[in-house]
Design a binder for this molecule. Structure first.
Ligand code: ATP
Length: 701
């Protein structure tokens, strides 16, 4: 982290006019990230880029973060560029002097619009005017202007902004990334997923705060050895992630970071706020009821119906303004005017403002009978007029996160639930609390009956939630023993350290799992989902298809096998886990081949830096990560070929799946929600436990 090495080869690159950080700097960072396979290098490059900006031109930090994460606004603010591919083609023709035919040949040859821009710029033989070096701020402002330009004549204005950007782009690489940014396909997913980690580290190195968790100067910090540094990173990363989970908007986070740095004050200044959605808490999967009962031994919990609808986060302020957000933080107030109209009826006298969560489910208006998710998805998405609502819905509330100006996230679920039940009024078939029963592990009969009644009522299964924050020393001890069991694979000195390091966060998260607080953006054992399917079939994984080989014989026209990967959340890389040839129909194969057509927009020019795969024969094409596929498998094996979860169960080997089988596409999941290396390692451990002690785990239900 010596300043001279901030970003290799940046001499003379970093400032443009007026001391503003140049776009060349950001481009250099993209090129470096794209050219390496090392996760550590990717994170370090990003950290170094951010340090340069924080120290040299802090006013460019926010635009840098938006551009590097390939967005210009959070999901709940709809700011679309609204550019067609033709705007880019037109600009390339005007600026680089290409005719339509040459451009088409280039598209056919390289596929990706950014790569076309790279080639086109290389061939440019004239300039219309002297280019003015692009700055990060300037590019970001141009994007915002494109998005905000609407109405008559907007096409021309947008076109002239695109032309200007390409005119001023210095050299082929800048052109490539300008065009990829305009197409909203930066193709460097790793940057997006590691941004919060990189921000916390960059701030620590640039402006070490005088905080309890860090009483070190910058000089001391940069001299620390890797292991010591890794420990220093932990708390700041937690703080930045916690802020972003409660208020997922860089427009809010970055100014406060610049003001106070990474310290506990950040949590206060950038916390939960009305009309800004927090990232939802997520449920952990359990295989079946007996596993759930084993996990929650000794605890009071509640079982709730797991309704099959759409998750909704409802915000209401003291003046009665209502905002409704989706599971993915999109604003959907317009979709549910009937729910908005319902709020004054359900809000009791003692309630001024609140944030509540629930599942919106299609129901029969008269009888209240639950309808399928399919029925709900027939409902129009935008600008629904209240008199025009065709599909009646009921909101089944399950949590209360904020009340009368106060966040409730740190309160135990029993208390939050009590407030929800007592302060809000039921409206038949339109608003009610989720159906639930409270239980302990001793009530297995009751729980089984409740599970059956849930599935009979067309629910997907049940959600099981810890009720109290009671620390339970017995359970804590057991969790500790459990974890120690898994430290055995690496006995030797060097390996042992690595495993210990990996176990540490998990140990913490298990401890956390004993609490009944609301943990935004976390998937902990305090919320367990038991679905109908899990109780009859094997575990499944949500994997990302990343590459394919030409099929043989009948399958010669298709991609078969397809290579699949899990996510590594810490590094943003994708770790290959298996090849799959099973579960596909010919219709699926064909659609898949069309989607990932050679030279098409979803196929990359070569192996991307963020993919970890060391297998023998290289794939014929590399897919751009686009989809999530739900996969079944017979079991998980330790593999010398695949890199998935490497370092988590063995130092040198990864994990792979035996007999992987495609089940379905998860269109409702983005690639950021695909299964992680830690999740895979967790499934492997469970499998090993089952194998060594089947009678302990299997209970009668
Ligand atoms: P996840 O949302 O956990 O990432 P997923 O998209 O696969 O995963 P599910 O496995 O269906 O979702 O389970 C979680 C979802 O169940 C929640 O996001 C919520 O929409 C829904 N749900 C229904 N009933 C409840 C309930 N009582 N408590 C919490 N969530 C519920």
């Amino acid at each position: 982290f010596k300043p001279a090495n901030y970003v290799a080869g940046l001499q003379g690159l970093w400032t443009a006019e007026g001391g503003n950080a140049s776009y060349a700097l950001l481009t250099r960072c993209f090129v470096l990230v794209n050219s390496t396979q090392s996760r550590i290098k990717i994170v370090d490059t990003l950290v170094n880029l951010l340090r340069v900006i924080i120290e040299g031109d802090p006013s460019s930090l926010l635009p840098t973060v938006w551009l590097a994460t390939n967005s210009i606004s959070p999901p709940y603010i709809s700011l679309e560029l609204g550019l067609g591919g033709s705007a880019i083609s037109k600009a390339l023709k005007t600026i680089c002097g290409l005719d339509g035919r040459t451009l088409k040949t280039l598209y056919d040859k390289v596929g990706d619009a950014g790569d076309v821009a790279f080639e086109a710029k290389k061939r440019q033989s004239f300039t219309l005017r002297k280019p003015k070096p692009l700055t990060i701020k300037g590019v970001y402002q141009s994007l915002v202007k494109i998005a905000n330009t609407q109405g008559t004549g907007s096409g021309e204005i947008k076109q002239s902004i695109v032309n200007k950007l390409l005119q001023d782009a210095r050299g082929p690489e800048e052109s490539r990334y300008i065009v990829r940014t305009l197409c909203q396909h930066l193709r460097i997913g790793a940057v997006k997923t590691t941004m919060l980690i990189a921000l916390s580290r960059a701030f620590l190195l640039s402006r070490p705060p005088n905080a309890d968790f860090l009483l070190k100067s910058q000089e001391e910090l940069v001299k620390l050895k890797k292991e010591a540094l890794a420990e220093v990173w932990v708390r700041p990363e937690e703080i930045v992630k916690a802020c972003f989970a409660k208020r997922p908007n860089y427009n809010d986070l970055i100014p406060v970071l610049l003001e106070v740095g990474v310290c506990d004050e950040l949590l206060v200044k950038c916390g939960l706020t009305l009309h800004i959605p927090l990232r939802p808490m997520l449920g952990s999967i359990t295989r079946d009821l007996s596993e759930m009962l084993t996990k929650l031994q000794g605890r009071d919990f509640t079982c709730e119906y797991k309704y099959d609808g759409q998750r909704a986060q409802v915000h209401c302020d003291a003046r009665g303004k209502v905002s409704i957000f989706s599971r993915h933080l999109e604003l959907m107030t317009d979709k549910y005017p009937d729910l908005v109209a319902l709020i004054p009826k359900i809000r009791g006298d003692e309630v001024s403002s609140f944030i509540m969560e629930g599942e919106v489910v299609a129901v029969d208006k008269e009888s209240g009978e639950l309808k399928t998710f399919q029925t709900l998805s027939n409902r129009a998405r935008k600008d629904v007029a209240i008199g025009n609502v065709k599909v009646a819905v009921c909101l089944f509330a399950f949590d209360l996160m904020y009340l009368n100006g106060e966040p409730l996230l740190d309160r135990a679920f029993r208390e939050r639930r009590e407030l929800l039940r007592s302060l809000f009024t039921e409206v038949p078939n339109q608003f009610t609390s989720v159906k639930s029963i409270d239980a302990t592990s001793l009530d297995s009969e009751t729980v089984l009956e409740f599970f059956k009644s849930a599935t009979d009522a067309k629910c997907e299964g049940i959600m099981v939630k810890i009720l109290d924050n009671l620390p339970n020393p017995k359970l804590d001890e057991e969790a500790e023993k459990d974890l120690l069991k898994h430290e055995s694979p690496a006995k030797s000195g060097k390996g042992k350290k690595k495993v210990d390091k990996e176990i540490e966060p998990e140990k913490k998260s298990r401890r956390k799992a004993l609490l009944a607080t609301y943990e935004p953006d976390k998937r902990l054992d305090s919320w367990l989902k038991v679905k109908k399917d899990y109780s009859t079939t094997f575990d499944t994984l949500d994997l990302i298809p990343i590459a394919g080989w030409h099929g043989q014989g009948r399958k010669a026209k298709f991609w078969s096998p397809v290579l699949l990967a899990v996510r590594n959340e810490e590094t943003g890389s994708l770790e290959a886990v298996c090849k799959c040839i099973s579960g596909f129909t010919d219709t699926f194969y064909k659609a898949n081949k069309d989607f990932y057509a050679e030279g098409g927009e979803h196929v990359l020019g070569g192996k991307p830096g963020y993919v970890e795969y060391e297998g023998g024969y290289p794939p014929d094409v590399w897919f751009e990560p686009q989809e999530v596929w739900e996969m079944a498998f017979a079991d998980i094996t330790i593999s010398p070929t695949y890199t998935a979860a490497i370092g988590l169960v063995s130092e040198e080997k990864g994990l792979s799946l035996r007999f992987p089988r495609f089940l379905k596409k998860r269109d409702d999941k983005s690639i950021e929600e695909a299964s992680t290396n830690h999740f895979l390692a967790g499934l492997w451990r469970k499998q090993e436990e089952r194998a060594s002690a089947p009678q302990e785990i299997k209970r009668e239900d």
